[in-house]
Each structure stands twice: as structure tokens, then as C-alpha cells.
Design a protein around this ligand. Structure first.
Ligand code: 5GP
Length: 193
């Protein structure tokens, strides 16, 4: 599968948990009608307010494994004890139909996509510091203390991988980060014609 198999372009947004990837992507989606978000599959349980088929495709372990065996995933990774993956079918269809697609995935998955599709536009979102990230995760309040610790430990490694992405966006001032990511999108989608 090629990143530009149709007229659409594939964008991969990654970075530590809690860095604000979701907020930046929501802003992009509200500005660019040609851009759509890929809905990942996961084996973790829905959080309060999350809807199956909207936030994620929530799959049982066996269902995830079946789809993995069938080769349905463009990439997948185990993150904090659960499996997450991008189903390649909908992504391929959207690109073919000329729509741009954005993936919000962890660094392990992003590396797989970057290897398989060097034309994909990779964007790494980083916090100013680990301290700032911890503050954000605490404010979000969706993780237990134990989960929070794991996410921070992983963030340290993730931040060292940031340089491997084509673009880096530091999410310090939200407005500036939105401006940067939108500029990247506009520049890169103009390149694909
Ligand atoms: P959460 O459980 O907080 O929704 O997501 C945890 C982590 O899983 C986040 O870093 C998120 O980017 C990542 N993630 C979500 N969907 C996918 C996916 O399809 N593939 C991979 N590799 N990671 C994902």
C-alpha cells in the first residue's frame, strides 16, 4: 500500500500520551473538510463517554487477533497492556477516493507506517518537558496513579524517537501548536497537488 495510492495523503501524528495530539487533530479536522480521522481498533475498554465506531472500534482480544491473522492491520502495537491498530481497508479507500487521512497512533505504530510508507507525512508532537506532560495527564484525570507512571516512563523513550519524524511540533502554547500543524498540513497537501 502506498501513501499516495490515490490523490489523498496520509498523515501520521504521534507523541507521548497526554501531549495534546487529539486537540490538535480536532482543530485540523474542523478546518480541512478533505481530511478525515482513521478510527483505530483497540482491545481496551471504552472510557466514559466513548462510543464504539466513533472513538475506537472496541474489539475483544479474539476479534483483534483474527483481524491481525487476516492481515487487516496497516500497523498495530501493544500500548500499556492493550492492543491498538489501524485497519488498512478504510485508509486505503479514503486515499484512493482523494481524501487525506490522519492517524493518531503511538510511536511504535508510527515507525511501522514510516517504514512501510516513506511518503506518509509524519508529525511528532512533544511537550516542553516531562513535567509539563505530567501536569497535563493529571489534569485529564483519566488514568490511575500506576497508569500515569507507566505513561510518563514511556514518554521519555518516545521523546527520544521524535527526531525520526519528518516534522516536530512543540505543544507549549496551544495556539502556536495549532498554527504549526496546520501549516504543515497545508504545505504537505499542496505538494501532493
Ligand atoms: P488511549 O488509550 O489513551 O486512547 O491511547 C493510548 C495510546 O494508544 C495513545 O498514545 C494513542 O496514540 C495510541 N493509539 C491509539 N490508536 C492507535 C493505533 O491504531 N495504533 C497504535 N500503534 N497506537 C494507537
Amino acid at each position: 500500500m502506498e501513501a499516495t495510492s490515490g490523490k489523498g495523503r496520509l498523515f501520521v501524528v504521534s507523541g507521548p500520551s497526554g501531549v495534546g495530539k487529539g486537540t490538535l487533530i480536532r482543530e485540523m479536522l474542523s478546518r480541512y473538510p478533505r481530511l478525515e480521522l482513521s478510527i483505530s481498533a483497540t482491545t481496551r475498554s471504552p472510557r466514559e463517554g466513548e462510543v464504539d465506531g466513533v472513538d475506537y472500534h472496541f474489539l475483544k482480544e479474539e476479534e483483534f487477533q483474527e483481524r491481525l491473522d487476516r492481515g487487516d492491520f496497516l500497523e498495530w502495537a501493544e500500548v500499556y497492556g492493550h492492543r491498538y491498530g489501524t485497519l488498512s481497508g478504510p485508509v486505503r479507500r479514503a486515499l484512493k477516493e482523494g481524501r487525506d487521512v490522519v492517524l493518531e497512533i503511538d510511536v511504535q505504530g508510527a515507525r511501522q507506517v514510516m517504514r512501510a510508507m516513506p511518503e506518509a507525512v509524519s508529525i511528532f508532537v512533544s511537550p516542553v518537558s516531562l513535567g509539563q506532560l505530567e501536569e497535563r495527564l493529571r489534569k485529564r484525570g483519566t488514568e490511575s496513579e500506576e497508569q500515569l507512571k507507566r505513561r510518563l516512563e514511556k514518554a521519555e523513550w518516545e521523546m527520544s524517537e521524535g527526531r525520526l519524524f519528518r516534522h516536530q511540533v512543540i505543544n507549549d502554547c496551544l495556539e502556536d501548536a495549532i498554527k504549526s500543524i496546520c501549516e504543515i498540513y497545508e504545505r504537505e497537501s499542496a505538494l501532493s497537488g
